[in-house]
Each structure stands twice: as C-alpha cells, then as structure tokens.
Design a protein around this ligand. Structure first.
Ligand code: ATP
Ligand code: MG
Length: 334
C-alpha cells in the first residue's frame, strides 16, 4: 500500500528505557536513517512499551526527551520523517487491545524476548505487560500501513507475529491490514555485550555497565570499554561467531560503522595483535560517539522537542485513525 506521496511506509521505534546504546544505533537507527529518503518514514518513542515494567515517572519523562534528541543526533531528519510519541496517538492502545484478542496464548509464550525477560522477573511474578506487549507492537506497525520495519534480530519474531496476526484478521474480517516486511541488516543486527559476548547488549541492563557502550558515554570511558572487551586466546582477527564471539562482535561493530568487509578487516589485521585491532575499533567508535554527542547537545531542548512531537502526533494520528476506523468497521463495531 502506498500513501499520497506514492512512497511505501517505513517505521521503527525505541523504548525510552535508558540511554541508547551502540546496539540500538547500529541495529536499528542507522538502517532507518540511511533509508528515510526512500520511504514515507515514521519513527516513534515507544513510551507505552517502557511501562511494561515499573519506572520512576521523572526518569521516564527525561528518557523520552533524551531519546528524541538522540534520534535527531543520529541523523533522523524531521523534514523527512514523522517523529512522534506512541502514547500521544491513542489509536495505538485501541488497536493493541483489538489485536490481543486475535492472539493465542501459545503464540505469546513462544516469543523469545518473553522467555528471556520473564526469567529475570520470577521473584514477584511476571508482569502481564511483558507477555502482551508484542500485540501492542503489532498495532504500532499495522496502524501506518507499514511496508518495512528495520529492527535488530531480537525483534524479528515480533514483526513476523505482526504478519501472522494481520493475515488472520484479514481472513476473518476482510482485507484490512497490509502485511509488513522485517528488515534485519546482515551486519550489526545483534551487537553483543562486550564483557559477555554470549548476550545481547541492552540499554536497560542494570549494574555493571562495562560491557555496554552508551551513545552518551564519556569518550575515554567508551575507549576503555572497547580496549577491555572480552576476546579469546586464538590471537587471530577472524569472523567466527561460534568460536570467537568477542572478536566477531568487535568486527561487526567496525564493519557496520565504516562499511569495510569482514574479509578486508581480516586481511588488514593478519599477524597483528588484538591490541592493535581493538585500538582501531575504539578509534572508530569514539569518532562516531563524538559526532553524535556534539549534535545531541544542540537538540536536547524541551521546547523545541515539544513542538516537534506536537506536529508529529498530528500527522501520525491522521494515518492511524484511518486505519483504526477501517478495522472497527471490519469488526462490526462501527
Ligand atoms: P531494552 O533493554 O529496554 O529492551 P534494547 O537495547 O533492547 O533495550 P529496544 O528499545 O528494546 O532496545 O530496541 C530498540 C531497537 O534496537 C530494536 O529495533 C532492537 O531490535 C534494536 N536493538 C536493541 N539492542 C540491539 C543490539 N544489541 N544489537 C542490534 N540491535 C539492537
Ligand atoms: Mg529490547
């Protein structure tokens, strides 16, 4: 489905659940920014998704502004992309509710993110939000007649669920939703924790953050994190995710930032030590962080961001209300 500009729609979002990491940038935002000219583009702050687990309200509010300023610093262009806050477009909640009713318990319990995150929540029981949030994500995507959703590998399953539920709804109630495609880039789709390269880098990881590069990290701190990243004893810069997850992770970071192929990196660092290789990765990461941070300060102005969000919500709501209305009609509710 195409809009009035005759362009297909691209959409992605990030939870304001902490400072953005280099994983968020390389896995989702960079891919979005590189394509924002070719699509009718929407990017949103997934603030409803941020309350799937309890948060201090003042922290959450700050995170929302920080997150939009960070989108802009990473190259999201408000002249090309509609930027909005999920909670400001009430259609998300309503369609999310409707889509929950199209879903089987088994489908949601099979979601890898639910399985992983619910294990960490067993003390006082598992939050329902953690279980049902994929159906809200389904609504987030379907409301905008989205054709392409650039996300990291961890979110691929949720976009696949979106396709399944859209198809199910269309079969039951008549053609209503467009089936979206997921875009998971071949490189950098799962940046790993530098200290534990068997696990994904997460912005909401608590405690010791030595393994997580935040986009707002002090440059010297970021450099130190790369230099002390966990590697192996093979002493060979070679891409092998099974045997050398730490080195392969650093190679992915370097390749995704610079565009250099794995083959070329392997060639250049043949017979050179890990120290030299890490230094190069650190240089590129620090250069990127410096660039982003210098722009970030300029954008983090509440009044400017409020205006941007106000405009964005009006535009987003236009499309969202049309789609919601269509689905209510299909269901016999309108
Ligand atoms: P949280 O811990 O709050 O879940 P997160 O770092 O996983 O934080 P999300 O807001 O859940 O971030 O995801 C935002 C986008 O960033 C999604 O498209 C997700 O797939 C992508 N993403 C998150 N972490 C990584 C990563 N380590 N590597 C590549 N992409 C990532
Ligand atoms: Mg996540």
């Amino acid at each position: 489905m195409k809009n009035e500009n005759n362009k297909k729609v691209m959409l992605t979002g990030v939870r304001p659940s902490g400072n953005l990491t280099i994983g968020n940038y390389l896995g989702a935002i960079k891919n979005f920014v590189e394509r924002q000219d070719s699509y009718e583009s929407y990017i949103f702050i997934a603030d409803l998704h941020a309350i799937t687990s309890p948060r201090n309200p003042a922290d959450l509010k700050k995170s929302i502004y920080d997150c939009i300023a960070m989108y802009l610093a990473c190259g999201v262009d408000p002249n090309k992309t509609i930027i909005f806050k999920q909670s400001a477009v009430l259609e998300h909640g309503t369609l999310g509710f409707i889509m929950t009713f199209q879903t089987k318990m088994g489908e949601l319990s099979r979601m890898t993110q639910f399985k992983l995150k619910s294990q960490q929540q067993t003390k006082e029981g598992v939050d329902t939000g953690l279980f049902v949030y994929p159906t809200l994500m389904v609504a987030d995507i379907l409301l905008y007649n989205t054709s392409i959703v650039p996300v990291g590998k961890d979110q691929q399953q949720h976009v696949e669920l979106t396709r399944d539920l859209a198809e199910r709804f269309n079969k039951r109630y008549g053609q209503t939703f467009l089936l979206p495609d997921v875009y998971v880039a071949p490189i950098g789709n799962k940046i790993l924790n530098l200290q534990n390269p068997n696990e994904k880098m997460n912005k909401s990881d608590s405690g010791n953050n030595k393994g997580t590069i935040f986009l707002l990290d002090d440059i010297a701190v970021a450099r130190k994190k790369i230099m002390s990243a966990k590697t192996d004893n093979f002493n060979s810069v070679h891409f092998d995710e099974e045997r050398q997850p730490g080195i392969s992770n650093l190679m992915s970071i370097l390749a995704k930032i610079t565009g250099e192929s794995f083959q070329s990196i392997e060639q250049r660092f043949k017979n050179r030590g890990y120290g030299e290789f890490k230094k190069e990765v650190a240089n590129e990461v620090c250069k990127l962080l410096e660039e982003i941070q210098s722009k970030y300060k300029k954008f983090n102005n509440q009044e400017f961001l409020d205006n941007l969000l106000f405009e964005g919500a009006i535009q987003a709501q236009k499309t969202a209300s049309t789609t919601l209305s269509k689905s209510l009609t299909a269901l016999g509710l309108k």
